[in-house]
Design a protein around this ligand. Structure first.
Ligand SMILES: *Cc1c(COP(=O)(O)O)cnc(C)c1O
Length: 417
């Protein structure tokens, strides 16, 4: 891997960009002039082809072909077809992944199914630092489990997952990359630890798909879910994905047994009979226009290897942390320096972080802020350049050295931060 040690000037970074094997991919996205976009971990930019393809979907498929498009434009098969394509990014063989619904809904389906597959167990493990929807959905899935369930939180009920694992555990719901710190968990080791006591795992891949290598099949992962609007660039609110290992498909039940999950949806039977395979995890009619956004996004990644994304991502985050350390020694970077332990974002804990992020946005560097004090910067290897990283660190230092938080206009809280 190219280390940041050789990138000690802006010129060296720009030179590195000229030989970057991924440099051609940036052109496949719309990045507004003058913007350094470090928030692709929250909402990826628009693929350049999106406007034309979505316009075609609206004008032609919906406008002219009308209901025929369910067949002629392949609308009905999109969750499965795109699921198979997306599955390749996480090492899941075809027939195990659907593009559908939202991450929150897919979490509910997966957790409920996992609890049902372990009827003699009553514990769900989660992380107290988890993204809140994961915790909230676990609460809901436990309430609807049909038997009393208990939650054990890593960080609250025990210091580590090892301390909480025993034969009462039905399932653990874990974020592959933590949305705040960017910490990457060891999927292989943890999945094995859980399997060794007979427990299942649901991996939330929201912050790792598209930037970290994932081996769903090789690690015998049971369930995975994640977004398509972050590093996959599917567009605001684009449907999520769910993966279920082949081994569980015949027995896993999910609670939202809608007609798209029926073995014969167009038989219009009175009673629910689940599809034998992955389609049982569908519920109902999907948002086709948004789903088209996922297809455009997968097209924009065509030809890229996840291993190359990961390599560049690590080099970008390494460079950013090195520059921040050099310019602002003492600043509290919460992201692990060890490459095997971090995803594609860098979090910095700073009391006046909100104002600093606002001031940086005004200067063209878009990151985001998570209460109470975390500045987050995501480094998407498809379009972020090493030169951008250099400039972003300079602008961060400029804002902090100028104490921008003294200016009240940077402290006005927006609804979405
Ligand atoms: C972004 C994110 C979600 C989002 O869930 P939605 O249902 O799309 O709102 C869920 N979990 C994690 C870990 C996330 O990072």
């Amino acid at each position: 891997m190219m280390s940041s040690a050789s990138m000690t000037s802006r010129e060296a970074c720009v030179g590195r960009d000229l030989v970057d094997p991924l440099r051609s991919f940036r052109d496949r996205f719309v990045i507004p002039d003058g913007i350094i976009y470090l928030d692709g971990n929250s909402l990826g930019p628009m693929p350049r082809a999106a406007a034309d393809v979505l316009n075609h979907t609206i004008e032609r498929e919906w406008g002219q072909d009308l209901i025929r498009s369910w067949n002629s434009a392949g609308w009905f098969d999109m969750p499965v077809r795109l699921g198979d394509r997306l599955g390749a990014l996480i090492g899941a063989a075809p027939g195990q992944t659907l593009v559908c619904d939202t991450t929150s809904i897919n979490l509910y389906k997966a957790i409920h199914a996992a609890i049902g597959l372990r009827p003699d167990r009553n514990v769900v493990i989660a992380e107290d630092q988890s993204f809140p929807t994961d915790l909230y959905i676990i609460e809901g899935a436990m309430k609807s489990a049909g038997r009393p369930m208990k939650r054990r939180l890593i960080g609250t009920d025990g210091p580590s997952i090892e301390a909480l694992i025993d034969r009462n555990v039905a399932v653990a719901v874990l974020s592959h990359v933590n949305y705040r710190t960017g910490e990457l968990l060891d999927m292989a080791a943890i999945t094995k630890q859980l399997h060794d006591v007979g427990a299942l795992v649901v991996w939330d891949l929201c912050h790792s798909i598209g930037v970290v290598e994932i081996a769903f099949d090789d690690h015998a992962v049971d369930f995975a879910v994640g977004c398509t609007y972050k590093y996959l660039n599917g567009g605001p609110g684009s449907p999520a994905f769910i993966s279920i290992a082949k081994a569980h498909q015949a027995t896993a039940q999910h609670p939202l047994s809608g007609w798209w999950g029926h073995a014969a949806p167009f038989a219009f039977d009175r009673d629910f009979r689940p599809d034998a395979g992955i389609k049982r995890f569908l519920c109902g009619t999907q948002p086709i226009i948004s789903t088209r956004g996922v297809e455009v996004a997968l097209d924009a990644m065509e030809g890229v290897e996840v291993v190359a994304l990961r390599r560049k991502s690590l080099a970008l985050t390494e460079l950013f942390m090195a520059r921040v350390n050099a310019l602002l020694p003492g600043l509290d970077i919460v992201t692990p320096r060890e490459p095997l332990q971090r995803g594609s974002q860098v979090g910095i804990s700073f009391d006046n972080g909100y104002a600093v992020v606002q001031a940086m946005i005004e200067r063209g560097v878009i990151g985001d802020f998570r209460a109470p004090d975390l500045m987050r910067f995501g480094f998407a290897p498809l379009y972020v350049r090493f030169g951008d990283v250099w400039d972003a660190a300079e602008i961060l230092a400029e804002c902090i050295n100028a104490e921008v938080w003294r200016d009240p206009r940077y402290n006005r809280k927006l609804e979405v931060t």
